[in-house]
Design a binder for this molecule. Structure first.
Ligand code: SF4
Length: 266
């Protein structure tokens, strides 16, 4: 049995794939996106930080650990608790992160167990992983939620810490292998929302529209401030505001003009 390092489990999730789902968040990510709203997901090992708790109206020092190691059998026991909800809603299980493919052995064991239990499976990935790790989970994954963050390799490097070459080539490998893929674009005003960048994203998607017609636009949320300060990390985008409804709808229309199905949110 494999052990997975996870930092959260969300039951009754409705934004991580179709229907009602359980989402398991793996710890460890090869990217360092400036807008990451789960900074506690980035390091592969559990992290303990100093915090304050309120006890009887007073603030007292305490500790909090992000991340724990859990056996795959225990995770399956949690996942299977809601199998009736999955069946009723067309839902299932999503493995997210961080990057779930940073722990390929545990992930593939969980996906095999889900397949055996006839659960719909989804892997939410940044794509920057060894190509052969995708191959080993291909048969047991019903849907890939695949992030596209920036099409310009230098700006991708600047804002995430890695280039996008491996990400784009892995996306094509998955599509060529017949995997079902939904591309997801985090919308970060001023970072990947220029006309030029939107045009590059649309061209990429149009060229692959015979194999993938659906795209999700995920609005940036400024919700992780406290987690950054607890972890001693610096917020890299202090000035960037969340995109308003008008901006999201304008982008949605622009993507839709190409015939793609575009959803705001997951
Ligand atoms: S890929 Fe996701 S989890 Fe990893 S750093 Fe970027 S936003 Fe955070």
């Amino acid at each position: 049995m494999q052990i997975a390092t996870i930092f959260d489990i969300k039951r009754f999730a409705v934004h991580d794939g179709p229907g009602i789902r359980t989402t398991v968040f793996f710890k460890g990510c090869p990217l360092r996106c400036w807008w990451c709203h789960n900074p506690e997901s980035q390091l592969p090992e559990p992290e303990t930080v100093e915090i304050e708790r309120k006890v009887d109206g007073r603030r007292v020092p305490a500790r909090r650990t992000y991340g724990e190691q859990v056996g795959t059998a225990e995770l399956m026991e949690i996942i299977l608790r809601d199998r009736h909800y999955y069946a009723e809603s067309g839902g299932g299980v999503t493995f997210s992160g961080g990057e779930p493919l940073m722990q390929p052995e545990a992930l593939s064991e969980l996906l095999r167990a889900c397949r055996k239990a006839k659960l719909h499976t989804c892997v939410d990935t940044c794509g920057h992983v060894v190509a052969t790790d995708f191959e080993r989970i291909l048969d047991d994954t019903d849907l890939f939620l695949y992030d596209l963050k920036h099409m310009d390799p230098l700006l991708h490097l600047k804002y995430t810490g890695t280039g996008n070459g491996l990400i784009l080539s892995n996306a094509d490998r998955l599509l060529e292998a017949g995997a079902r893929v939904i591309f997801r674009i985090p919308v970060i005003p001023g970072i990947n929302t220029s006309d030029e960048e939107t045009g590059r994203m649309i061209s990429f998607l149009e060229e692959r529209s015979d194999r993938c017609r659906e795209v999700h636009l995920l609005p940036y949320h400024r919700i992780a401030g406290q987690k950054y300060s607890r972890l001693g990390k610096t917020i890299r985008l202090p000035e960037v505001k969340e995109p308003g409804r008008k901006m999201m709808e304008t982008l949605q229309k622009r993507f839709e003009q190409t015939g793609l199905e575009v959803l705001i949110g997951g």
